[in-house]
Each structure stands twice: as structure tokens, then as C-alpha cells.
Design a protein around this ligand. Structure first.
Ligand code: SF4
Length: 266
């Protein structure tokens, strides 16, 4: 599949023959969080059960009917064509584009998704725009190739090392070990890497220490740590505050000691 990366709207069809597709009228947008973003897939096979905020929003706005439809991803077949048009037309100087807020750019089980994401990142970089990437899949080793910018930030989402937790809450995602190994390989090849630790589970959800998790990703350049929202599972707001405050202190101290750029959001 990778050898047949789509390079334009027409070419996309042959690469994505095995997958349902949709067409969109636009791709690039400034998110409510303030940064530029693209989502070249609708839905996500990872099926996270925190629950997935993107699913809740898609359901509320009528973009998917139910959970089964959400877990059957549909590729935006004209994504490359749209990105090229939008990058050429925009008058704003865009420095970085994020993949993705409402799906996973390196989703497991559908090789068409990573193939398209790589092609989109390459296109962004060719326009002098860097990419910031976040996945619960496996970051492809190709991201360290010369055709990709070293200004890209390559991130994995990781909240535990407990595979029982992963099977329960992130059933379709890559194993924790595979995520870490892929990121570490890219870091060793000179890429900028990030770990996004959110939603970090409270002891009501899983008993774990944050230390071993931090040690497992101590190679990264950047780290984000955030709490568990959109669910009663983590406990009352008082319980959550009592738990997250000291965790945040541990995270900050660890990052300072390991020269990691840290943001603690809880
Ligand atoms: S990987 Fe992200 S988009 Fe996909 S189901 Fe999980 S939380 Fe939702």
C-alpha cells in the first residue's frame, strides 16, 4: 500500500479501494484550541471507551449514527486535493498543522490511513509547513526519511503500561510497547518526539504508579499530562483534584530532571 501512496484526488481512489470513502468540501481548519488541523478520516477503529470525545461530537452533530459506524473508518478520498488547494489559497502564514483531533492518523487495521497521512504530511512539509502528529497506532519509521521535515513533532498517546487497561479502554489501538518502540526509533533517528499522557486514569480506574510510565518515555522531547474527563469513572471533582495535584508535581519534577518540555493540564 505504501508504494501506492495517493498523490492527488484521482489517484486516491486506487489506493483506497478496500475502504469506504467520503468526499469533503474542505479539510484544513483552525480548531477551537487555536491551532490548524486536518482530519482525513471520519471515524476511528481504535474505539476508545474513556469515552472518545470525537465520537461524542460526531454523534451529536449527526456525522455518525452509532458506535458501530464510528468504528468503521471512512477515508476522505479528496484529502490531498483539498490540502493542496487550501495551502495554495490561504493568505495566512501557517507554521504547523496537527493530525488529528477527530480521528487517528496512524490507525491500526487500515493501511490506507497511514498511507494517506504520510502523503499529507509530505505535502505539508513541501509547502514549508510542519506537522504535529498524535497517534495510538504505530508511528511509521518512514517519518525519519529525508522527504519529511525535522520540524515535525511525532507524538504517541500513552496513559498506562497495563495491557489489561488498554484492552478495556483502547481495544483497537496498538500495544503500549509497540507505540513506545516506534517513537523511540524515530527519536534515535533525530526526530522530535512527544508523549501525550491524557486521560491519565485515577486509582478508581486502574492501580498504577506514574513513575514507570514516565521512565518508559524518558527519551521524548516534549510531554503533555492531563486528567480524565467526560465520565464519572475517575471519581468526584474533589477526589480527582486530590489525586492529580501530586501526580502533576511528580511529572514536572521528572521532566525537569530529564530536560523534557512539560505541560501539565490538570
Ligand atoms: S484513537 Fe482517538 S479518535 Fe480514535 S477512538 Fe481513540 S480517542 Fe477516539
Amino acid at each position: 500500500m505504501r508504494g501506492r501512496c495517493p498523490r492527488g484526488g484521482g489517484a486516491a481512489r486506487s489506493t483506497i479501494a478496500d475502504m469506504e470513502t467520503i468526499r469533503r468540501r474542505s479539510l484544513l481548519y483552525r480548531s477551537g484550541l487555536g491551532f490548524w488541523c486536518i482530519n482525513p478520516v471520519q471515524g476511528c477503529a481504535h474505539g476508545c471507551r474513556y469515552p472518545c470525545y470525537a465520537y461524542l461530537m460526531a454523534r451529536r452533530h449527526g456525522r455518525v449514527q452509532d458506535w458501530a459506524a464510528w468504528r468503521r473508518p471512512r477515508l476522505v478520498e479528496n484529502a490531498l486535493e483539498l490540502l493542496e488547494q487550501e495551502l495554495t489559497r490561504t493568505r495566512e502564514r501557517i507554521k504547523t498543522v496537527h493530525l488529528c483531533l477527530t480521528t487517528d492518523p496512524f490507525m491500526m487495521g487500515s493501511p490506507e490511513v497511514p498511507a494517506l497521512s504520510l502523503a499529507l504530511i509530505e505535502r505539508l512539509n513541501a509547502h514549508g509547513v510542519s506537522a504535529s502528529v498524535l497517534t495510538k497506532g504505530i508511528l511509521p519509521a518512514e517519518l525519519s526519511d529525508a522527504r519529511f521535515s525535522r520540524d515535525n513533532t511525532l507524538g504517541i498517546s500513552l496513559v498506562s503500561l497495563d495491557e489489561r487497561f488498554r484492552r478495556r479502554f483502547e481495544p483497537g489501538a496498538a500495544s503500549f510497547r509497540a507505540r513506545i518502540e516506534a517513537a523511540e526509533r524515530l527519536h534515535a533517528a533525530g526526530c522530535r518526539t512527544l508523549v501525550h499522557i491524557e486521560p491519565y486514569p485515577t486509582p478508581r480506574i486502574v492501580r498504577q504508579e506514574v513513575g514507570p510510565l514516565l521512565e518508559a518515555v524518558s527519551f521524548v522531547d516534549e510531554l503533555y499530562f492531563g486528567g480524565w474527563n467526560y465520565s464519572p469513572l475517575p471519581g468526584t471533582s474533589t477526589e480527582r483534584a486530590r489525586f492529580y495535584r501530586p501526580q502533576g508535581r511528580i511529572v514536572r519534577a521528572f521532566c525537569q530532571e530529564h530536560d523534557i518540555e512539560a505541560t501539565v493540564g490538570c
